[in-house]
Design a protein. Structure first.
Length: 317
């Protein structure tokens, strides 16, 4: 902004503005302060505007499905997609959604993205194993941020759920309720989140001085209709049940609740259940499911913010 514009805003002459900014005599300290403060504020606004992405650009949102069971069945991802579009639009970007499945040729898929008009992309990495992510890092030429997974040792920008913190809260709550026989329901799906949650469960049992019992661990298929059957089969084989079970997510918890109902096992009288994901339906099952809440709004906001940062960097690698 020119001196004449500052003068108009402060109702003083352009000459007075010039004297104030050049620290010359002939202007009061109060006027000098007002001029300098306004000039600094205007400079800050100019810098912020310079750093904003140009409106009308496009970013990609890749939903990677190795099996599709986790991403398809979890409502978390539906809400996350809505939040991604919301924050991208606020930053001046439209969003194109593309799906990758194991049937696609990964190199061809990435080549198409490299040739697209996308300024960058976000990738749902829940079902991406480390070896596949290594190939993506090597081949993808656009700035990108992965969501819902972390890959230590790889140069990947990630925004992911606090699985360890969530499991900590679940175990802490169970212990605070007097439980000392704490079990876990995991699944046979190879997903980063499930592996981290189970390892965190064992770690925090030890942290709270609770013994880890392999007989208190249940492993079920990741399909809502199969969890109930698998739970009933394993319950019949167990010598003893824990007093509380922490499930890898709410879908698994719902299957366990159905199994207990069909076997006339009282919840929470005989066994309690804690879920993970805070799905809306958790409020409507009977008894109401205690579950760990996720902040998908923060995940989406931080992912879009980080991607826009990378887009502005010419040397983002």
């Amino acid at each position: 902004m020119k001196n004449i514009d500052i003068a108009k805003k402060l109702n003083i002459s352009p000459a007075t503005v010039s004297l104030a900014l050049n620290n010359r005599e002939g202007v009061s300290e109060e006027t000098r302060r007002r001029v300098v403060e306004l000039k600094n504020d205007l400079l800050k606004n100019d810098l912020l505007n310079m750093n904003q992405p140009e409106p009308g650009g496009e970013i990609g949102f890749i939903i990677y499905k190795e099996t599709g069971r986790v991403v398809s069945e979890t409502p978390f991802f539906v809400t996350l997609t809505e939040m991604i579009c919301h924050y991208a639009n606020k930053n001046g970007y439209s969003v194109e959604i593309k799906y990758y499945t194991f049937q696609n040729d990964l190199e061809k898929f990435l080549a198409e993205i490299n040739g697209s008009s996308w300024a960058g992309c976000l990738i749902i990495a829940t079902e991406i194993v480390r070896s596949k992510m290594k190939r993506i890092v090597d081949l993808l030429e656009k700035p990108f941020v992965v969501l819902d997974a972390a890959y230590p040792g790889l140069e990947v920008d990630s925004v992911y759920l606090d699985n360890r913190g969530g499991i900590f809260k679940a175990v802490e709550y169970a212990v605070s309720m007097g439980h000392r026989e704490i079990g876990y329901i995991t699944c046979d799906e190879q997903a980063n989140n499930f592996a981290e949650r189970f390892e965190s469960f064992k770690y925090y049992l030890n942290y709270f001085g609770v013994s880890f019992e392999t007989d208190f661990v249940f492993e079920v298929p990741y399909a809502a209709e199969k969890v109930c059957m698998a739970m009933k089969e394993q319950i019949c084989r167990k010598k003893k049940m824990p007093s509380v079970l922490i499930a890898a997510n709410d879908i698994i918890a719902f299957g366990a609740l159905n199994a207990f109902l069909e076997m006339n096992i009282g919840v929470p009288e005989e066994v309690s259940v804690i879920g993970f994901d805070d799905m809306p339906s958790a409020r409507y099952v009977t008894p109401r499911l205690t579950t760990v809440a996720l902040n998908n709004k923060a995940v989406a906001k931080n992912a879009v913010y980080r991607l826009t940062e990378l887009i502005r960097k010419k040397d983002w690698r």
